[in-house]
Design a protein around this ligand. Structure first.
Ligand SMILES: [Zn+2]
Length: 344
């Protein structure tokens, strides 16, 4: 158990090696099948909007750059929207995620991930003096977060927005009001008190449009919680392109803390709070070291650090989480009274 009394989370609990490797293999096959090299456009930073990239690396046929203005890592030149729609609808990696990977870890995720998340979001609401009556989840997956939320707040109207048909059916089977489709098309304009989108933003081709769509579901003053990957975090900074989280075409956006702040301000939010409650950075680097003991060669301080005992590494992980240095990031923000513009 952790100091907060929640069950200890390990990467293998939610991403078992065998399943993850198979999923990544399918991602690589899909990348070659669905994403031709032609027809890609240079895009500005999807977080801050500035067009000042420095080339970082290529992985599995996709080039990545870092924004000099805000430090966000992002995939560019980027394939067109139609290619992504076809990919998410038809790709074998997406089908494997929905049909094999997620079902295998669903209950572990319920206990170790979604129930603690629901409790933490509930605490955030309480701290903000906020009592949402309608909660919408964009990219609801199997509906487990909303199911856990209802246990804490049985009076809430919960709505799942989920484009993948099998997963949308799972949400319906739980008795959750469900819209099968993309958030841009959800018929809930201004109805939601709170919109949640977990681990979606790293996937979307146009993060600004996605965040604006979340804002449009909210009443003025309603709140959004978005979780995603953050390039300022320890495991992403240490592992770089070797990180298994950098898996195009699934994951293409890795905003920095500053990038997240700018993105949500541009999308029409205020009171934007960015924090990184992630707990897996050290475990992820440790797993990478087990797979390749040479991965930290040339970085003696990190090699020494990763040999420390569990208590020391646990304290280090808490330091990362408390100081916006974990790669798992949360953004908590309020929709502005008047719609924000796309200011640079
Ligand atoms: Zn930027």
């Amino acid at each position: 158990m952790t100091r907060s009394g929640q069950p200890t989370l390990r990467e293998a609990d939610i991403r078992p090696d065998k399943l993850l490797e198979r999923y990544l293999e399918l991602c690589r096959q899909d990348a070659a099948r669905y994403f031709p090299e032609h027809g890609r456009d240079d895009v500005p930073c999807p977080a801050c909007g500035k067009d000042d990239p420095v080339r970082a690396f290529s992985k599995d046929g996709f080039a990545f750059s870092v924004c000099r203005a805000c430090g966000t890592l992002y995939q560019t030149p980027r394939p067109g929207s139609d290619v992504f729609v076809r990919f998410y609808r038809d790709a074998q990696s997406s089908a494997y995620w929905a049909g094999t990977f997620f079902p295998a870890v669903a209950e572990a995720r319920r206990t170790k991930l979604f129930a603690p998340k629901a409790a933490r979001v509930s605490a955030l609401c309480a701290e903000s003096g906020f009592n949402p009556e309608t909660v919408v989840e964009a990219g609801a997956g199997f509906g487990i977060f909303l199911d856990e939320w209802r246990k804490l707040h049985p009076q809430t109207r919960t709505v799942a927005v989920e484009p993948q048909p099998d997963m949308a059916r799972r949400c319906e089977a739980l008795g959750i009001e469900t819209f099968q489709g993309f958030v841009e098309d959800a018929p809930l304009r201004g109805e939601a008190d709170m919109v949640v989108a977990m681990e979606v933003i790293e996937h979307v081709r146009e993060p600004l449009a996605f965040c604006q769509s979340l804002a449009e579901l909210l009443r003025p003053g309603g709140r959004v919680l978005v979780t995603g990957l953050c390039i300022d975090g320890f495991d992403l900074r240490v592992l770089g392109e070797r990180s298994r989280a950098i898996c195009p075409p699934q994951h293409i956006n890795f905003p920095s803390v500053a990038g997240y702040e700018k993105l949500f301000e541009r999308a029409g939010f205020e009171d934007v709070a960015v924090f990184t409650p992630g707990v897996l950075d050290v475990d992820i680097v440790r797993s990478a070291l087990r797979a390749d003991p040479c991965i930290l060669n040339g970085q003696p301080f990190l090699e020494e650090l990763m040999r420390k005992d569990d208590a020391t590494l646990g304290a280090f992980q808490r330091y990362l989480s408390d100081n916006r240095l974990s790669s798992h990031c949360w953004v908590w923000a309020a929709r502005s009274g008047t719609r924000g513009g796309d200011a640079q």
